[in-house]
Design a protein around this ligand. Structure first.
Ligand code: ADP
Length: 440
């Protein structure tokens, strides 16, 4: 950034110097040219006013302009254009001047002027012609450097000034960028300091974004740490049980009557471990695929019927009635994920229900297709309704474990809802039941 600002400033300085030099040269040359023209006009008028040329009465040999007139060329032209006198060359060598623009103009308008490139390189000749009272024309001319030669003559000094300006600019831009950047560097160092205001107003959105990202990264890291700790703890409990039961059996410390029970316990804990590992794998897959969209056209009614069919045995075992109603309609979604979502919600409605309770499932089409899973079970306290979507958060830990819960089901549901850009709402009253409403 510093380098960029420096080069830009130096570039601007060079452009400014070049533009200034060119415009000053043009303006200056304009004045210079006007001055020459006006000097020539004065000289011509002065000479005319002396009536010297009329007095010689066409006898050019008598003209004597032997004063030091090197810079001023004087030519006297007869009314037919022939050169009668020239202080620089002999008139016989000069061709008829009648077609010269300044002479023509003088004949018609009384005076005329023109500029022509000289034979000498880089010089212009300025002419001013004036009609005398006897019908002849007097022309004065002088040579002056043209604009290019003035420019090239001034080039060394221009280059020197440019160099000085460049050096000043480099030093100045160095100081300026350092002054500009210093607060930004300080801000970058103290980016975590939420109270610090950014040095420039333009940096406020940038600083806010960085701070937000910083906070997000920290909380994601914290979540990962918590998750790892929770996973380790969740894995450890069934493994310790399995190991304990196996040890007892190995040491023949279990009598015949308890043997089957211990084996069943080992199996139950193994299953718990498996479902825990399955849920962890599923969550990490969902974490990875958050931005991937792999949608099918799914008939929600069919998906729900399939899930309910699969859960009927579990419901019967707990003497719970499953009721399902709705209409066929299609949504855009991932069939497998939809199945997982419905499965988790209905399983929870069975798991956290009372003996003999009911689970009502309904699907409604329309502008916002909706899935509702309602139960008349134990309900969720209001202050915990937000938290049940956190990984491993359980309201009633022992009930969750007993019924084979992993504490990850609703975290998976939340993920799937987010991937489908849907919304989930919880409506629950302790002792009365819970309603989970997913709107697409
Ligand atoms: P779990 O595997 O423990 O069921 P979930 O993530 O599915 O984990 O649910 C988190 C917690 O939310 C559960 O432990 C339970 O306490 C509560 N919960 C979920 N669904 C219901 C429901 N329908 N009725 C009452 N409590 C529920």
């Amino acid at each position: 950034m510093k380098k960029k600002i420096n080069t830009r400033l130096v570039g601007i300085a060079i452009m400014a110097v070049v533009a200034t030099v060119i415009s000053i040269t043009i303006v200056y040359y304009g004045f210079f040219e006007r001055q020459i023209r006006s000097d020539l006009e004065i000289s011509a008028k002065l000479l005319k006013d002396t009536h010297y040329f009329e007095s010689v009465n066409a006898d050019a040999d008598t003209i004597d302009l032997s004063t030091d007139m090197d810079e001023l060329r004087v030519t006297w032209i007869g009314s037919d254009g022939t050169v009668l006198y020239d202080n620089d060359a002999s008139p016989e060598e000069l061709s008829n001047h009648a077609n010269r623009p300044e002479i023509q103009e003088a004949f018609t308008k009384g005076s005329g002027e023109s500029v022509r490139r000289s034979d000498t390189m880089n010089m212009n000749t300025f002419y001013y012609a004036i009609l005398l009272d006897n019908g002849t024309v007097l022309r004065v001319a002088t040579e002056a450097e043209n604009i290019q030669s003035i420019f090239f003559a001034a080039l060394p000094i221009i280059l020197f000034i440019t160099l000085v300006i460049l050096v000043v600019c480099v030093i100045f831009s160095h100081l300026l960028t350092r002054q500009l950047i210093a607060p930004i560097e300080t801000m970058a160092k103290n980016i975590e300091d939420m109270g610090a205001t950014p040095p420039y107003r333009e940096l406020v959105p940038f600083a806010n974004m960085i701070r937000q990202q910083h906070t997000d990264i920290l909380s994601a890291a914290k979540m990962r740490q918590d998750f790892t700790a929770n996973v380790s703890h969740e894995l450890k409990t069934p493994l310790t049980a399995i190991s304990g039961y196996a040890e007892l059996i190995q040491n023949h410390m279990v009598d015949e009557a308890q043997h089957d029970h211990f084996i069943a316990e080992i199996r139950k804990n193994t299953e718990r471990l498996l479902s825990l590992i399955n849920d962890i794998i599923r969550l990490s897959e969902l974490d990875r695929n958050e931005d991937v969209e792999f949608y099918d056209v799914v008939d929600l009614y069919d998906v729900v019927s399939e899930c309910i069919e699969g859960l009927e045995i579990a419901a019967e075992r707990r003497n719970i009635t499953l009721s399902f109603e709705g209409e066929h309609f299609n949504i855009h979604g991932n069939r497998e994920m939809m199945r997982e979502l419905v499965d988790n919600l209905v399983q929870n409605a069975i798991r956290y229900n009372n003996e003999g309770g009911t689970v009502w499932v309904s699907v409604v089409g329309g502008v916002s297709p909706t899935l509702i899973v309602r139960d008349n079970g134990i309900g969720i306290p209001a202050d915990e309704q937000e938290r049940i979507f956190e990984r491993f958060y359980r309201v009633d830990k022992s009930r969750s474990r007993e019924t084979g819960g992993t504490g990850l089901g609703l975290a998976i549901v939340k993920h799937i809802v987010e991937i489908h850009h849907a919304k989930i709402q919880v409506n629950s009253t302790v002792g009365e039941g819970t309603e989970m409403k997913v709107t697409y």
